[in-house]
Design a protein around this ligand. Structure first.
Ligand SMILES: Cc1ncc(COP(=O)(O)O)c(C=O)c1O
Length: 748
């Protein structure tokens, strides 16, 4: 029970156990308690009028905790209130206290609605029924396991339910993932509600598949896609499958740590403006970006979409939020998610002020603003023209309680009806006809958990991350050798317009952090922590091995001189304590080694640190597609026909191999013919393709590869060398390319 707007807001923010809120009209605005941080957050709220204070509170609560059920008890004209579209945020409206039992039942029903997991509930029922199976899948019911003398331990290990819940049938109410009409459909609809989407597809082969499905469904051969070159390989392969023309854009580099940040908005706008200048803007279908990146860079999703829509109002956005699904359940991070921003833009589109803002800017900019002006202006799209088409993929298994490979694809697209059939084709193309029941059930349950306790769990994950950051920064021994990179190190100042430095900077609090989250072009996911270990004399892979083998601590990713820790909804304070203990122990060992090893030990250590921290290779940008693989690209932009590049590798006669160390490489770089990659080459770490099929290989790429000291390089066999498209094959392509160009030019 609280008596004021501020106290209600505070309770919703601080009490994760809240499941529903009953708003009784007639409360004060300000808390009688002194709460300076809260006041800074609520200072922008205009004074409440008695007439609309309840609705204002309801909207505020819905914004910070959309999962909460809100009920209103009013002594006034409830019939009129119920007809007000603004009251849509309320689950039910009651007249005064006349219906307390109804209110009680409504609250329980609301919680039950979130608790219900249509697919999982039915799967449990199904598992308890006596069923004779005469279909393929002998493991279903477990008899082949439990009766076996040789594999019974598998049954004992996993328990009976796993086998009882296995089925290859879609009878017994199990529904079909390929064409859901029953409880999978209901489970997906609930997920759509929970994540703020219009539609959701459950995917049981990871976000690798969700991405390929989205690209296939939305892109036709020849469509141009503006895509972060540093994105997950599923996007690149999706482009190959779809026959898209990727126009690669580059993220800002963080050379010192051998990693990339995110793609600046200016770069994306420039790409669109270049295409416009060549009269090819109509060919651009999609902007495809990763939010947040592996290392935690979060885009200003709303700003990116609004500014791009101001240049091309029907652009589709595909946001790969493989790592960021949990963000929906943090009021701080939600506006930065694709669905969060899409909902905000949708609301903005319908406010009359938005048209005025657009018109005003159009008058100010005049008829033909230069690219320079457009690049530096925060563009406002025309809300009357915008077709809001937003897609988001998320590896539910990476940040919520879904089994490995559980992923969801969210849709918020006003024109979804025009591509729905294509999505069904994409499901048919990529989904197994034998999807795993347990995976589907876990997606259903993950949604239930997040709707009921996600808010608290995510807050906890963030708190754990802050505790780790704090301990590393303040412990005198750990901080001698290790550090966790703050926003100031991960995001160049030009993209931190708010001036935000880091979560732990003196004077920092959520008010300051929120300003950064609202305004900055990029900010940092607090749960992703880049721990620099090069300063302790370890490369990332080596340090990852030490943590795993000696201490049973697994980390997420490595770079040349860092490892990435991720806190999640699973972490406890004991986990944090263990990690800190381990870092203290390792730091202590280094310290002792150095003090006991004399000058030589210090010299070796310093040299190792220098090599890891300063002798780092420059990160090579995407060069260009070879002319034979440029399709009908224009002069100013560097998109290409990646599919024909990819299939060039299928022609063994037309390909050659040259070893990286071979002097032939240097000779060809100097005097040609050009070296053209026949396949993707993706070193881990860092994990981005330094070569894509059809790409011209430059000196920078070779230098980078020669300096790479990682063992895992996908697409590259050190004994055979680089796989290249032969000069003769390229010459033939060149001919057909100029022929196609000639024919097109003549036709035009
Ligand atoms: C940005 C990004 N997208 C997609 C994926 C693939 O997700 P999944 O492992 O669920 O297939 C990954 C995997 O690491 C990723 O980092």
């Amino acid at each position: 029970m609280v008596g004021s707007f501020e106290d209600a807001f505070c309770a919703a923010m601080l009490n994760p156990d809240l499941a529903a809120v009953v708003i009784n009209e007639g409360f004060l605005q300000q808390s009688r308690h002194d709460a300076p941080v809260l006041r800074t957050l609520t200072s922008s709220i205009e004074p409440l009028e008695a007439a609309d204070s309840a609705l204002r509170l309801a909207h505020t609560l819905k914004r910070v905790r959309p999962e909460l059920d809100l009920y209103l008890m009013s002594n006034r004209n409830v019939e009129e209130l119920a007809g007000n579209p603004e009251a849509d945020v309320l689950r039910r409206i009651f007249y005064s206290v006349e219906e307390l039992l109804e209110l009680h039942l409504a609250i329980l029903e609301g919680v039950q609605d979130r608790f219900e997991t249509p697919f999982f509930d039915n799967l449990k029922k199904y598992a308890q029924r006596p069923i004779g199976t005469f279909h393929a899948l002998p493991i279903a019911r477990g008899k082949s396991v439990f009766k076996s003398d040789w594999i019974r331990d598998m049954g004992e290990f996993y328990g009976t339910n796993l086998f009882l819940a296995e089925s290859s049938a879609t009878t017994g109410g199990l529904d079909s993932l390929l064409e859901p009409t029953g409880n999978i459909k209901r489970a997906q609809d609930k997920a759509a509600r929970a994540f703020g989407a219009d539609h959701v597809f459950f995917v049981t082969n990871g976000t690798s598949t969700s991405n390929k499905m989205a690209v296939q469904a939305l892109i036709s051969p020849g469509d141009i896609v503006i895509v972060d070159r540093n994105c997950h390989k599923s996007h690149h392969y999706g482009m190959v499958l779809a026959g898209a023309q990727p126009l690669y854009v580059e993220a800002f580099p963080m050379t010192e740590y051998s990693m990339y940040g995110a793609v600046p908005l200016k770069t994306i706008k420039q790409a669109l403006l270049n295409l416009k200048a060549e009269n090819r803007l109509h060919r651009v279908k999609m902007v495809d970006l990763t939010n947040c990146t592996f290392d935690g860079h979060i885009y200003n999703t709303r700003r990116v979409m609004e500014e791009c829509l101001a240049i091309k109002p029907d652009l589709i956005f595909l946001w790969d939020e493989a790592w960021f699904g949990f963000a929906r359940f943090s009021p701080f991070l939600r506006p930065r998610t694709a669905m969060g921003a899409a909902n905000d833009i949708e609301a903005w589109i319908h406010v009359p002020k938005s048209v005025q803002a657009h018109e005003k800017q159009r008058t100010e900019l005049g008829n033909n603003p230069s690219d320079e002006v457009l690049l530096k202006t925060r563009l406002i799209p025309d809300p009357r023209e915008v077709r809001l088409r937003v897609y988001q993929t998320n590896s539910t298994h990476k940040s919520m309680s879904a089994l490995r490979q559980g992923s969801m694809l969210f849709v918020k697209d006003v024109d979804f009806h025009t591509v729905e059939a294509q999505f069904h084709e994409a499901v048919f193309t990529h989904a197994s006809t034998s999807p795993n029941q347990q995976l589907i059930a876990s997606l259903d349950v993950a949604r239930r958990q997040m709707e009921l306790e996600g808010f608290g769990l995510v807050a906890n994950a963030m708190e754990g991350a802050f505790a780790i950051r704090q301990a590393v920064a303040s412990n005198p021994l750990i901080s001698k050798y290790f550090s966790i990179l703050g926003a100031d190190k991960m995001v160049p100042a030009e993209y931190r317009e708010s001036g935000f430095v880091d979560f732990l900077a003196p004077g920092g609090n959520w008010v300051v952090a929120r300003r950064s989250l609202q305004e900055d072009e990029f900010c940092l996911d607090p749960t992703r922590m880049t721990l620099v270990c090069g300063t302790a004399g370890f490369d990332g892979t080596q340090f990852k091995g030490i943590l795993a083998n000696r201490y049973g601590i697994q980390v997420n990713k490595t770079s040349r001189n860092s490892v990435l820790f991720q806190s999640n909804i699973n972490n406890t304070r004991s986990d944090v304590a263990h990690l800190i203990r381990v870092l203290v122990e390792i730091s202590g060992e280094i310290d002792r080694g150095l003090s006991q090893g004399g000058a030589n030990a210090r010299k070796t250590f310093d040299a190792r640190v220098k090599s890891l921290m300063t002798d780092v290779p420059d990160l090579p940008n995407f060069s260009r597609f070879h002319d034979g693989f440029r399709g009908d690209a224009g002069e100013k932009t560097n998109e290409g026909d990646i599919r024909s590049g990819f299939y060039a590798a299928y022609d063994a006669e037309g390909c050659e191999h040259i070893r990286l160390a071979d002097a032939e490489i240097d000779r060809r770089l100097k005097s040609g013919p050009e070296l053209v990659s026949a396949n993707f080459v993706i070193p881990y770490p860092p994990g981005f393709p330094i070569m894509v099929p059809g790409q011209v290989i430059t000196q920078e790429t070779i230098d980078f590869m020669r300096k790479l000291d990682v063992k895992e390089i996908h697409g590259y066999d050190a004994t055979e060398g680089l796989k290249l498209v032969c000069a003769e094959a390229l010459a033939k392509l060149g001919d057909s390319h100029s022929r196609t160009h000639g024919i097109k030019a003549a036709a035009e």
